[in-house]
Design a protein around this ligand. Sequence first.
Ligand code: WTA
Length: 641
Amino acid sequence: MDTNANAIENRVFYPSEEVVKNANATPELYEEAKKDRLGFWDRMAKELVTWFEPYDKVLDDSNPPFYKWFTNGKLNVSYNCVDRHAKSEKRNKAAICYESEIGKKVVLTYGQLYREVNMFASALSKLGVKKGDRVCLYMPMIPEAAIAMLACTRIGAPHSIVFGGFSSDSLRDRINDAKAKLVITADGNFRRGTPFPLKKNADEALKETPTVEKVVVVKNAGNEVEMVEGRDVWYHDIMATADTYYEPEKMDAEDMLFILYTSGSTGKPKGVVHTTGGYLVQTQATLKYVFDLKETDVYWCTADIGWITGHSYVVYAPLALGMTTFMYDGTIDYPDKDRMWDMAERWGVNVFYTAPTAIRTFMKWGTEYPKKHDLSQIRLLGTVGEPINPEAWMWYYENIGGGRCPIMDTWWQTETGAFMITPLPITPLKPGTATVPFPGIEVDVVDENKQPTDRGYLVVKSPWPSMLRTIYGDDQRYIDQYWKRFGDYYFAGDGAKRDEMGYIWVTGRVDDVLNVSGHRLGTAEIESALVECAEVAEAAVIGKKHDVKGESVCAFVILKDGFEGTPELVEKLRKHVGVKIGPIARPDDIIFTAALPKTRSGKIMRRLLRDIAEGRALGDITTLADPGAMQEIAAKYAGKE
Ligand code: WTA
């Protein structure tokens, strides 16, 4: 399977007349933005956001790369996502639909969501949360997670959500980096029928988090938990005494909305900082025109709220637009492999957005599962997270979209906050490419010298509203990471190609970041987890091509003298990485070796390790310090298979 979409596809799929006729987007959007880029964003900001006080400037670029958007504008995100709809004819419209793995169902109307968000904001404020305090969420995909996010924004307390699948060590480090004052979690949530002990994990982390004063616990799975006297409170208890209205804080457009940690090329995850105004403008504009949402749609984005996709396109953009967003908490094959299609049919999902790794899994399971269900109400599909291989694209198009639904392949990042390169429903599609930049976004493919080329590095040439503003507490790292390489162009860390239609084909990361099942993992993070083990002297981690996950984690390990690479040790190391980072980071392969290929300056040559792991002939090794080391590794790996 060509998971890299290396061979450029030439099949073109034109949108049907009906799609073009009914689309929110028109070709004029591109022309408008081309003529007057800032004027386009100005119009979006005025049409899509309710401002308490108008902004005086669309973009302040006087201090690059610290750009400011919609300066001095005042707004509140929860007001935009909830109040303005709850006070309109949408009051009784479903805002959030939810189903749990064991079949619990909840529908919250905008009116009800308004009440819950106000009450939880009041409850948080009574626990001492104030504007500017950081609140950490370690939660399942339950409605209370969205309520908690919105309640934080109502107070102006930035949240930092840590994916529930991350370990207690990862949670602890993120809580401490953000100096969070309060943590919101749940007792547990169901995974394949048994409760996963979220609160227990949180308790582990909370042993070493000096800044945390209070912990709010949602009763969800009903599993036993320990409540720490004076620190822990139940969500339902504090809601019982909360006020039903909490005045939304007037936030500045550039006040911090949230921090979200993501992997970079060093061992320490980066706290990506997003602010209020620009984020709310671009997430809404993109969702409206790309996913073409209509008043009566049920929209389902399958991402977890622990990732940026969950932030922007499960919670903030759909609610700000007054749409109906569906949330599922559970595994995709429980009780059977048709669970997703069963829910899509029962809830009447019209727009469905998921990741290529999930599509490849569905593909492996076979078409009989979607065929069991009536999916004819689905109108539009989307993908995100990694390049989609044309084979998976075609499967999705035919078997889920019934050959009638355009697929929006959206390229973006935690750092970009919202879609950057994406088709609109009116765009002719080719399987495997995210096509062209969204109106008002300027990207390019450049070579080492910043010159446009057809194969090189993906850059963003001008600031965009939902861009990250910095790395939390580390402005220098923000500059070094994104703006050093190409000056005033933002460097995304991805490689890309451009075809004769001008379409951009993202080929994957060119830095030391892996993409495993659409999740970002830093090689350095996994390496430092490995070298913490007493047996390990040195480790090098690479991503190895994988049919379903896109990439799998493969570790080359040098042991200290006196230790042997036994199967027990392999298990121990895998387990340790799982405990340190989370199960998704556990290496699929661990290869013991006596040496690692390094350049003369001491940098590990991961490209060569990838060649070995994927069984390719060895490429150029003339810059190696000890070419012999390479042969040794290759021989060892050949023996393993
Ligand atoms: C990759 C997820 C190709 C890319 C929203 C990027 C993609 C990284 C696509 C960001 C796509 C995401 N085509 N590659 N449509 N979408 N990527 O921060 O390598 O979790 O840099 O954000 O995923 O991952 P992140």
